[in-house]
Design a protein around this ligand. Structure first.
Ligand code: TXA
Ligand code: MG
Length: 356
């Protein structure tokens, strides 16, 4: 049973937030409350990162398992040293290059960090977001802000205030509505306490950019090699972004993948199922004659655009009430790897490899 909290919404200018509104939101944070706010990646569900009870409220509001640690967001580099010790020099080089921005660094946790933020681990994840609202809120709160994505557990991440309200209205104190988030997928998470460093989650910073400063970086999620109709790899949290309908990623050469999407759609329709397709703009002509719900992802040649629309598109196609959603594999180059990661998680690992 959850107590119902009246959730207020305040509109903020994303590029020049009104200091009065930020002060109001910061007061909620300092009082131990929950404030959802825009970052350049997705909306975060914020609380004072140094307040164990406030952090506990985040887990409760999201329905998030206590075993999943939360990122501390900072607005200046001194806050990194306040939260972490034995920070390797490469962390400062990465910060110099990518902060503020969509990169999260996992480093050793000082005792000042509440254990629940880190799910009992010896480490803490830290990032400096590149969004005027987020930076102003952290500065005004005068504390690092703990913030997971502001969605209910296992729902797509929110890229608009309306998504936050769909999932969390009545469970949080305040939403700062700063419009759609520009990047649309979450930060890249790098564990610097591992040797060599490990990319725990591909995100807004590409692997190629990270490799320039972390030549030894390793990344090996098992789901990226699933075979035709394979079961999800054990131990992977593949349900993480799953919308309500079953989603299948169709990989392989474009023509073969489109042909397979058509045959899968026709078979499902014949079996009485309602089918949706998350389609790249240039794929639409090959699909429009089918009786399917089409939701457009943008151009396959513009991964920034696809990333920005991805989670909104997942929520939109889910709302149409379809039983099956098909999407073509976006590829793995640059930001496409991140889009692919989110799609395969939404698909719970279901990937069909179309043969030519
Ligand atoms: O872009 C983002 O990162 C957004 C915005 C709001 O900043 N936040 C976000 O938070 O995506 P969340 O909680 O949805 O995802 C954080 C990821 C999780 O996969 C979590 O397991 C990992 O970071 N993480 C957090 N702390 C960690 C730690 N100490 N060690 C390893 N992984 C950690
Ligand atoms: Mg999340």
């Amino acid at each position: 049973m959850t107590n119902h909290i009246p959730t207020r919404v305040l509109t903020v200018d994303p590029s020049a937030p009104d200091p009065q509104i930020i002060a109001e939101a910061a007061a909620v944070i300092r009082a131990g409350g929950l404030v959802a706010f825009p970052t350049e990646t997705v909306y975060g569900l914020g609380a004072n990162a140094l307040d164990e009870r406030a952090v506990a409220r985040i887990f409760h509001a999201k329905g998030r398992p206590a075993t999943d640690p939360i990122i501390a967001h900072i607005a200046d580099l001194q806050q990194l040293d306040a939260l972490a010790y034995d920070v390797p020099s490469v962390a400062y080089a990465l910060a110099q290059r990518f902060w503020p921005g969509p990169l999260t660094l996992v480093v050793l946790r000082r005792p000042v960090v509440p254990a629940n933020l880190s799910a009992g681990r010896a480490t803490v994840a830290v990032r400096m977001p590149a969004h005027p609202v987020a930076l102003a809120l952290i500065a005004a709160a005068d504390a690092p802000i703990a913030a997971p994505s502001a969605n209910r557990f296992s729902r797509p991440s929110p890229t608009m205030a309306a998504h936050v309200l769909d999932d969390l209205a009545g469970r949080i104190d305040l939403v700062l509505d700063g419009g759609p988030t520009p990047i649309g997928v979450e930060s890249s998470v790098v564990d610097l306490t591992a040797d060599p460093p490990v990319l725990l989650r591909p995100g807004g910073v590409t692997v190629a950019a990270l490799l320039e400063l972390l030549p030894g970086l390793t990344f090996a999620p098992r789901y990226l090699t699933v075979e035709d109709e394979a079961a999800p790899a054990p131990g992977m949290l593949l349900r993480h972004y799953a919308p309500d309908a079953a989603l299948i990623v169709v990989a392989g050469r474009r023509a073969a993948a489109l042909a397979r999407m058509r045959s899968e759609a026709l078979a499902a329709i014949a079996a009485g199922r309602r089918v949706g397709v998350l389609a790249f703009d240039e794929d639409a002509p090959a699909l429009t004659d089918l009786s399917v719900q089409l939701v457009m992802l943008g151009s396959a040649t513009d991964p920034e655009q696809v990333a920005q629309r991805l989670f909104a598109a997942l929520r939109e196609i889910e709302r149409t009430g379809v039983d099956l959603i098909l999407v073509r594999d976006p590829g793995q180059e640059g930001l496409r790897l991140t889009i692919r990661d989110r799609l395969i998680r939404a698909a719970e690992g279901r990937v069909i490899i179309a043969e030519p």
